[in-house]
Every structure is written in structure tokens, then in C-alpha cells.
Design a protein around this ligand. Structure first.
Ligand SMILES: NC(=O)c1ccc[n+]([C@@H]2O[C@H](COP(=O)([O-])OP(=O)(O)OC[C@H]3O[C@@H](n4cnc5c(N)ncnc54)[C@H](O)[C@@H]3O)[C@@H](O)[C@H]2O)c1
Length: 280
């Protein structure tokens, strides 16, 4: 039977920038791009992390994929402009930006003593650093790569928020028995602020670029299972109607949908993939 709709998921030849592409979810975004025959461009401050992703993708696909790994600090506008020029010289277009990089402190499992990051003594430097990567980085990337999209009259921006962009962290799940109050681990305030703010950035830009052929959306993934201890997994699973944490591969198809021609009427949207956690 002739397929009339499936082709719309193809992003063949599209250049897709993934900030923080060397991280856990960054690799899955790259897989989504490769599945749609696009070209993932990883931007990360860690060359080793990007190399690890490239190696895993080569193993997964049985050959080295067509992709770019560019060591970049996304808080540095001049560095982003260099990346833009390099990509335009090589490909002539930039089609998608996935704003994925963030400082994402893995407090889950409560294995580390991160008492120092509780709200009342949260260091201003850490606040500024987290905002710089998660929010200012997204703002700068949208400015620099969005300008190219404006000129092309086409483009897609996908901001990666979190269930913590919609609800407050339930700090009880990070608590450890027998640990004094002051030393109890918490998810830091900056994480909530950055993730909520990205939804605002999405809505602002979706309207700003509505008549320029650029769509802007947010994806809110929830906690991924990634080696946390059993006690933590049990506690968090009780907060999730589906009764479990997510696997990294459970975002791939949604990402591909959101950055493809299958979602041409979606802009300013917040897509939530959280096993139902935020509906309770
Ligand atoms: N892992 C989860 O459970 C989860 C859940 C919900 C949302 N998210 C969101 O998904 C995104 C990715 O999360 P992750 O778990 O893959 O994080 P991660 O820490 O594994 O990856 C983040 C990557 O960003 C890079 N990075 C940091 N500062 C940078 C900078 N200045 N310039 C360029 N790159 C920089 C890091 O080197 C790292 O490779 C984040 O926005 C996070 O908030 C993650």
C-alpha cells in the first residue's frame, strides 16, 4: 500500500544542532536525527563525551554515521558564531536547533552529600553558572542559529525542559534515612527556574517567529532510569501513574516527530513525556 504520511517524518539532509550532545539524552536526540536521515551536529564542552556518543552510535548502526562533533561552550556567543559560519560554509543551511544542554546535577539516589546546595545557602556562583548554561545558552543559540532560520524562512527550535519545568521537585524522594536535615540532598533551585523559564522562552519565540516559518516547542522529559539505587527508584515510581522511570529510548520517536514535517501545525506547545507524573 502506498504510504501517504510516513514520509513526513523524514528529515533527510537536515542539519540538526544538539547542544549538550555528549550527554545521556543528547545521544538519544542524535539517534532520532539519524533515524530520520538527518545530520546531527553535537555541540558540547566535552570532546570525550562527544567521542563516546559517536562510538556508541557507530556500534549501534554498524558504521560511522554522518555527524559533526564540535567542541563549543554555548555560553560564548562568539564561539557559536564560529560554529554557525562553519556549518553554513559546509552545508549552506541550519534547519533545527535542540536546546538540550543544562547543568543537571544527578542528586537522585542520594549517594553524594550535596547538602551545600540547599536553598538557603545555595551559592550565587552556582546559580549564575546554571542559568548561564541552561537558559542563557538556549537564548544565545536561538539568537545565533535563529537568525539563519529567519533568512531561510524555515527552521525548528526544540527546547528540552523537564517535568520539573511544570511541577516542583518532591524533595522527599531525595532524602536519606539517618542524614541530618542540613545535609539532606535536594534538587537545586536553579534547575526548577531554568526548566520553567525554557517554557516561557518557547512561547515567546513561537509567537515572535510565527510568520517567519520557524516553529518553537518544548519537550518535558521526566527522570530517566540510569543506574539510580533501588530505594530511589521505588520512591519515584510511586509518584508516577505508569509506575516506573523512563528509558532513554522512549523519547526518540517524539523528538523525531517534533523536529520533522509531521508536526507542521505544532508551535508554542509543551509536550510532556512523564509517565503521567504531572497529572497527579
Ligand atoms: N536525565 C534526566 O533524567 C532528565 C530528565 C528530564 C530532563 N532532562 C533534561 O535533558 C537534558 C539533557 O540531560 P542529560 O541527563 O543528558 O544531561 P547530561 O549532564 O548527561 O548532559 C549535559 C551535557 O551538556 C554539556 N554541557 C554542559 N555545559 C555546557 C556548555 N556550556 N556548553 C556546551 N555543552 C555543555 C555537558 O558536557 C554534558 O555532556 C537537560 O536539559 C536536562 O535538564 C534530563
Amino acid at each position: 500500500m502506498k504510504k501517504r504520511y510516513l514520509d513526513r517524518f523524514s528529515i533527510e539532509g537536515k542539519v540538526v544542532i544538539i547542544t549538550g550532545g555528549g550527554g545521556l539524552i543528547g545521544m538519544k536526540h542524535a539517534e532520532a536525527v539519524l533515524e530520520g536521515d538527518g545530520i546531527p551536529v553535537l555541540l558540547d564542552i566535552s570532546e570525550e563525551a562527544m567521542e563516546r556518543v559517536k562510538k556508541s552510535l557507530t556500534e549501534a548502526y554498524g558504521e560511522e554515521p554522518v555527524m559533526e562533533c564540535i567542541k563549543t561552550d554555548i555560553t560564548d556567543r562568539a564561539a557559536l558564531e564560529e560554529v554557525r559560519d562553519e556549518l553554513l560554509k559546509k552545508y549552506g543551511h541550519i534547519d533545527v536547533l535542540i536546546n538540550n544542554a543544562a547543568n543537571n546535577p544527578k542528586v537522585e539516589g542520594g549517594s553524594k552529600n550535596l547538602g551545600a546546595i540547599r536553598f538557603h545557602n545555595f551559592p550565587k556562583e552556582m546559580w549564575e553558572q546554571d542559568i548561564a548554561v541552561g537558559l542563557t545558552g538556549a537564548f544565545l543559540c536561538a539568537q545565533v542559529f535563529g537568525e539563519v532560520m529567519e533568512k531561510q524562512s524555515s527552521g525548528i527550535v526544540l527546547n528540552i525542559s523537564s517535568d520539573y519545568g511544570l511541577i516542583a521537585p518532591d524533595q522527599r524522594i531525595y532524602r536519606k534515612e539517618g542524614v541530618p536535615e542540613e545535609e539532606q540532598t535536594v534538587k537545586p533551585v536553579s534547575y526548577s527556574v531554568v526548566k520553567h523559564a525554557l517554557i516561557g522562552l518557547t512561547k515567546y519565540l513561537a509567537v515572535y517567529w510565527a510568520d517567519k516559518g520557524i516553529r518553537v516547542n518544548t519537550l518535558c522529559p521526566a527522570s530517566l532510569e540510569n543506574g539510580q539505587n533501588e530505594e530511589f527508584k521505588e520512591k519515584i515510581s510511586k509518584l508516577i501513574p505508569l509506575g516506573r522511570m523512563s528509558r532513554p529510548d522512549e523519547y526518540v520517536c517524539t523528538i523525531l516527530y517534533m523536529i520533522s514535517g509531521a508536526a507542521t501545525y505544532m508551535t508554542g506547545a509543551t509536550v510532556v513525556l512523564d509517565g503521567g507524573r504531572t497529572i497527579w
